[in-house]
Design a protein around this ligand. Sequence first.
Ligand code: MG
Length: 401
Amino acid sequence: MNSEPPPGRPDAFGTRLQTVTERELLLAPYATFSAQSQGRRYPEPDHPYRGPFQRDRDRIVHSAAYRRLSGKTQVFMGELGDYHRTRLTHTYEVASIARTMARALRLNEDLVEALALFHDIGHPPYGHAGEDALNECLADDGGFSHNRFALTLAEELESRYPGFPGLNLSLEVLAGQRERTSKLDRTLSADRSSLEAQVVDLADSITYDAHDFDDAVKLGLVTIEQLLEVPLVREAADQARARHGNISGKLLRMAIVHELIDLQVGDALDHARQVLRVLEHDMHRTLSEAHPSVRLGHSIAIAERKRVLEDFLYQNVYRHPRLLAVRAVAQARLRSMFDLLTQNPERLPVRFRERAKNVGWNRSVGDYLAGMTDRYCDAVHQRLLGYGTDSGPGCGPTSPR
Ligand code: MG
């Protein structure tokens, strides 16, 4: 019996482990290579068989904040059933689509996965309703952003390792998240993003456009017939019927979700191939010189159709009376907790009373509340304020979204 590995293939049972550099030989020249990593704030020796971005991915998955995503609202809260996405399942769908795109483009999949699993880790309870309420409560203290809070969690609040505070992630992962914060705060050009970070941004939008369609129809907030008036959905339905015949109902809804993802991913990859071709013919420039001119995105046609779908979802789903009612209760709950804890800081956990010495009482209360799952927030609210207090004055009115 021949025990030699097939010609041209490495011996998988050889005497040494494959190095990260060897694994990354398949990456495109414009990818982010592990060997180029700027390292970590607190230097650590290399791991014997995991690359730096693999370790980041693992640290994120093992963090408490990541686990808590399972109890945090994406768009639809627990009161509406158990079919819809949570913040965790959204995150994993983003990671899955982002990895697919990164693999097709020969970018660094480990970095993309770490960025994707990290991108929503700073969301407070109750989704954007919670974020808006905390932002208003902290308006005089710099506001609240889930993108910034992700960095606070990763650099300060997570406590798992004896040698350093936070997760001590690679600077590339922190930079990718910082770019999201800067872009959304409109204080810094997004053009600095690594290609891997840009892929995650695209995958995030592709993912929520598809799954919010699915969840909204399943929950009965809108009908498929209404959504078939939206050009991108109609195109997806046409593709689904061309592939599967004259399907309807649940089968059509599921098939449209698949086609929505396929349409958008295919378009983004076509667009990326055209944009990246410039880089392949311009390799005399360093990558850092070349990257700022490269923006991944969608074709004009798909970008416009996505905008119409997102407008439809905003008007008819995110502002649906059933969601607005749940949103109002959730925001009042957070506001009343914020008011009570800032006025009675002795009721904060010791850890956050200590933290207040560095960041102030308001910020520390905000951080405490932002780290909670929806259910834990409900329980603490009941403990602090009891039943029947969901319409307290709080810190001011909020605009629905
Ligand atoms: Mg997201």
